[in-house]
Design a protein around this ligand. Structure first.
Ligand code: GLY
Length: 346
């Protein structure tokens, strides 16, 4: 098992290893005294792993309630969020109790946001069961739900008190879901770790998954420790996301997040070549690595549509956006770009 510390406003240990789900209760008991635990999951993940985590929590002395909602991004809304808050209230949860999020990014974001808001904040444990959640969303404290105006438009920074990542749970992911997690991990490699990138370049992702998650979590922990509230260096983690979010929005959110990030990363590789920052051979290497790991790189939308969708992102303030460009694998930089000039990057 690997343990990684995240030093943000709340210190948190991330435990990574195969077969860790039955250890959840023991690991949580090391952080909080036995109390009530609301196990939050979706109806895909709960039948697979719910009993294992519930029994582990109960065995360690926690009094477990359950909240299970329909799987999918469509559930990440104010209605489900409200139901979860009401469930916490109805079960008599107090500020000293905990929420345990068992699942992928949707479960983690929704349960984390409920944890941030219930009685102005109770502790949250993240138990990611997808590679995407393990490599990215379960760490760093970003929580939220979608509004009609866009994804993650309501949310809060709320650090988990513990992350338990059982890498065996990725064995039940289908190819697309696994590839989506690879997109975020390849992003980390391009940002800060050529050796991580090379694991994907050599097609060894499935065999070296524990090492990959540990590497991504270390990189993310470093950015979060420096800039928890996303006003400075944490923006590097948005590599591939400016146009990735645009692809997601233009597809009506039919393109999964990881696939959209892969397309966004390929677009940024080409944009970096156009800007004179990146060698064309390295851009080709990046796109081939994404493709080799089951990810799309061809963008079905033109530059004008992408720029318009990116510029209308509700989270962008003012007339300028910092776009992450690539100099080399392991070497990126932030480039301020006027919203009116975004299309010219492509
Ligand atoms: N997913 C990017 C971040 O946590 O900042």
């Amino acid at each position: 098992m690997t343990e990684i510390e995240v030093n943000a406003s709340q210190r948190c240990t991330v435990h990574i290893g195969a077969g860790l789900l039955p250890e959840t209760g023991r690991l949580l008991a090391g952080v909080v005294d036995p109390c009530r635990a609301m196990l939050v999951s979706d109806d895909t993940v709960f039948p697979l792993y719910g009993a294992r985590v519930r029994d582990s929590l109960a065995g360690a002395g926690f009094s477990v309630s359950e909240f299970v909602f329909p799987a999918g991004e469509r559930s990440k809304n104010l209605a489900t969020f409200g139901q979860l808050l009401e469930a916490l209230g109805a079960a008599g949860f107090a500020r000293s109790d905990v929420v345990v999020a068992l699942g992928g990014g949707v479960v983690g974001d929704l349960a984390g946001f409920a944890g941030a808001c219930y009685q102005r904040g109770i502790r949250v444990v993240q138990v990611p069961t997808t590679l995407l959640a393990a490599a990215d969303s379960s760490v760093g404290g970003k929580t939220g739900v979608d509004l009609a105006s866009g994804k993650n438009q309501a949310g809060a920074f709320h650090q988990p008190c513990l992350v338990v990542c059982d890498t065996q749970s990725f064995h039940t992911l289908d190819e697309t879901n696994f590839a989506c997690g690879c997109a975020e991990a390849i992003k980390c490699g391009i940002l800060a770790a050529p050796d991580l990138f090379e694991i994907f370049e050599c097609g060894q992702a499935r065999e070296r998954i524990d090492e990959i998650v540990a590497h991504c979590v270390k990189i993310k922990a470093d950015f979060v420790a420096r800039d928890e509230f996303d006003t400075g260096d944490r923006r590097f983690l948005n590599l591939g996301h400016t146009f990735g979010h645009a692809v997601e929005a233009l597809s009506g959110y039919e393109t999964p997040h990881g696939c959209a990030v892969a397309i966004g990363t390929a677009l940024i590789a080409d944009a970096s070549v156009k800007a004179g920052a990146l060698r064309p051979e390295t851009a080709a290497r990046i796109k081939e690595t994404l493709r080799r790991n089951g990810l799309p790189v061809a963008c079905p939308y033109d530059a004008q549509a992408l720029a318009a969708a990116a510029a209308s992102d509700k989270k962008i303030s003012g007339g300028t956006i910092s776009v992450v460009l690539i100099r080399d694998v392991g070497d990126c930089f932030l480039q301020p770009v006027k919203l009116t000039e975004l299309g010219k990057l492509l």
